[in-house]
Each structure stands twice: as C-alpha cells, then as structure tokens.
Design a protein around this ligand. Structure first.
Ligand code: ZN
Ligand code: ZN
Ligand code: ZN
Length: 378
C-alpha cells in the first residue's frame, strides 16, 4: 500500500467545483449568505490544496449565486494558480497588495449580506478583524454547513479510507507479531511510527502504546516503561495517506492472560461486535453508542467505559458524526466513523478495540479487517 507513482491526493477538478457549489448551497439552507474559509482542512476539502495558514489573509468566499472568490496575498497567487490548475478558471482570484486591507476587500464583496459563516478553525486574529470590518453583518460558525458535506463520503473517499485502514492493519500486525517483553513503550511507539511511513502513510498522526497499568489510560503518552509478563498492552495507531486518516486499536497481552482479563476482553469484543453490527442507514448515531454500552454495563463494567463509542473520520481523525449519547442524528450511507469501546480498570489494566466502519446502503462495512481477538505476545 505504498503510494504508487502517479497516485496523488488531488481529485478531479469537477469534484472541487461541485463541493464549492454544494457548500454554498448548504450555507444557503441555513440562512447563511456567504462562507469565508481560510487555510484549513475545510479549505483543502473545497479546493484541493492547502497553503499554510498565515498572518496574511487568504480567504475563499463562497456564495450561493456567485462564482467563488479567492482573496489572497499577491505573493501567494503563483502557488494558488499552479495548485488550482484548470479549477482556477471558475474562481475569481483577487490578490491584495502588501499594505492594503484585505478585510475591507472582503467587506466590499459582501455588501448587502446579513449573515456570514466563518470557518471554525480560522485564526482569532482573522475572525476578530472580520468582525470589525464586516459590522453589522452577523458572523456565525461555518461548521454545520461544511460538515453537512464532509460527514458523507463519496465512493472515492471511502476508497481512500479503506486503503489507509489496510495500511494501519498491516502495521498493527507487524508491531504485535513479535515478542514484546523487554521492549519499552517508547521503543514500540518508534517502531510503529516507522512502520506507518514504511507501509505508505505520508503523515504519522499518533501511536499510543499503554502497557500494564498505563493501558487503563485511554490517551496514554508512551514512556520508558518496559513491557513485561502479565501486561495488557493497548496499541492505538493512525496516520494520513493521500489526505485520508487511519485509526485502529488492538489490545495485546504479554504472557498468559488471567481469567479475569479474559472475561473483561470477551465482554469488550462482544460489545464492539454488536455495535459494528448495529450500523445501518437510519439508525441514530447514539444507538451505536447505546448498543456497545449496554453489553459492557450488563457485564458489570459500565463504570470503566469512560468515553464515547466513536468519532467520524475522513480528512481529520476526529470529525462528525460523533457516536455518543445525545447525538440522535440518523446514520446515512457514506458516513465513516470509529467504533471503539474500551474498558479501563484504574491502576490495573485496560483494553480497547477500534475499527473504522462505513455506513453502506444496507448495513456497515468494517474497513479494518485484522482480527479483533486479544493478541497474545511473548
Ligand atoms: Zn481517542
Ligand atoms: Zn484510535
Ligand atoms: Zn479513534
């Protein structure tokens, strides 16, 4: 799954033209007259390239009945033109000169506008300057309009997620297919990071290794603790391949697991399986959380399941939809999210199983295909 020559992150120009149009329409549906998107994952999602976020303003302005406008520093124009290719033909590029006020340029563009959505991760300095320049236009979060698009993946995006998941599975099997006793958490973390790149991720996002009592800390940061007989080991790894993220967790045990841990693990595996099997269009996101939680609670471990069941995944590791009590939005074919219940007994041990699942027309597809069994290691 290494990146093949010619395999590039950018999709066809028509994909981005369509996304920009649908984003503006989604804003319109929410009574938002325009969206202002600064460099971010949203920006990359919409136009297919990502300049570094800077103190100099780059802003993509989308409105329902107008061509997209890209206001950017003059010196950033060559990069934009190169990266946008033919897509630039449909974008009104408005470079601004050093010393001029780009916020006022956007203000002129938005004359007569009442509500504007600003991208969620926009730097505060830009957001505050827009608030001052655009007054009395009401500024609201662009997040809901943009995530309405991003939360439902196209078949091409699902394909990317599937590939990333395959890489993650390969890394997980390689990392756990050898004796781990005598290896420190940090050494195993370093090995996983190397493997993620070796097998075809461009970016390593995280590699969590929690051994022994550390396995009870869901987001443990690896230390010099050396893995030894009797340890549970929670391994959670992920990276980005061609813009799309992987995220998987498996639990290993060094030596013979005691009966008590086997029981805990059997419950967890049942809960994770039941939650994966409950995925289908129309089911509420909260229902997937409830299914996993009920199995764990009925077995008496409820107090040890201390986080939500999952999160959406795509160009970001954590995005919508969140698989959590209270999120009653119905699942839609194309949504992708993790199903990752865990049981953590403080000071003793913990376990988690995490797969990425995509909602299909009549159920769910697990993108991670490695066995969810407890991995027994020496
Ligand atoms: Zn997490
Ligand atoms: Zn994870
Ligand atoms: Zn996760």
């Amino acid at each position: 799954m290494t990146i093949a020559p010619g395999e590039i992150a950018r999709f066809a120009d028509s994909v981005y033209a369509d996304r920009m149009q649908r984003a503006a329409a989604a804003a319109g549906d929410r009574a938002i007259d325009a969206l202002i998107v600064t460099p971010s994952i949203d920006y990359r999602y919409l136009v297919g390239y990502n300049p570094p976020p800077l103190e100099r303003l780059t802003a993509l302005v989308l409105r329902p009945d107008a061509d997209p406008v890209l206001v950017l520093p003059l010196l950033e124009e060559p990069l934009a033109v190169q990266e946008l290719g033919d897509l630039a033909d449909g974008i009104d590029i408005q470079p601004w000169q050093e010393g001029s006020d780009p916020y006022q340029a956007v203000r002129q563009l938005l004359a007569g506008t009442r509500r504007v959505g600003v991208q969620d991760q926009m730097w505060a300095r830009h957001a505050l300057r827009f608030a001052a320049a655009l007054d009395p236009i009401e500024l609201v979060e662009a997040g809901p309009a943009l995530s309405a698009l991003r939360r439902v993946k196209s078949p091409e995006e699902v394909h990317r997620l599937r590939r990333a998941a395959q890489v993650a599975d390969t890394v997980m099997l390689a990392a756990t297919g050898v004796p781990l006793a005598g290896t420190s958490e940090r050494q195993l973390e370093a090995k996983i990071r190397d493997l993620l790149v070796l097998y075809g991720h461009q970016v390593v996002d995280f590699a969590i290794v929690g051994s022994g009592p550390h396995s009870a800390s869901p987001h443990h940061v690896p230390t010099d603790r050396v893995i030894r007989d009797g340890d549970a080991i929670v391994i959670d790894l992920g990276g980005t391949r061609l813009d799309y993220c992987s995220d998987t967790t498996r639990t290993a045990f060094c030596g013979d697991p005691p009966r008590e841990f086997e029981d805990l693990y059997a419950t967890l595996q049942m809960a994770q399986e039941a939650a994966c099997n409950a995925v289908r269009p129309g089911v509420a996101a909260s229902e997937i959380d409830r299914v996993a939680r009920d199995v764990i609670t009925e077995a008496g471990y409820g107090e040890y399941f201390i986080h939500r069941t999952g999160h959406g995944i795509g160009m970001e590791t954590h995005e919508e939809p969140y698989i959590i009590a209270g999120n009653d939005e119905p699942l839609v074919a194309g949504m992708a999210f993790s199903v990752e219940p865990g049981i953590y007994v403080p000071g003793q041990w913990g376990a988690r199983i995490e797969d990425i699942v995509v909602v299909t027309d009549d159920g769910g597809e697990r993108l991670n295909t490695s066995a969810t069994d407890l991995y027994l290691v020496g």
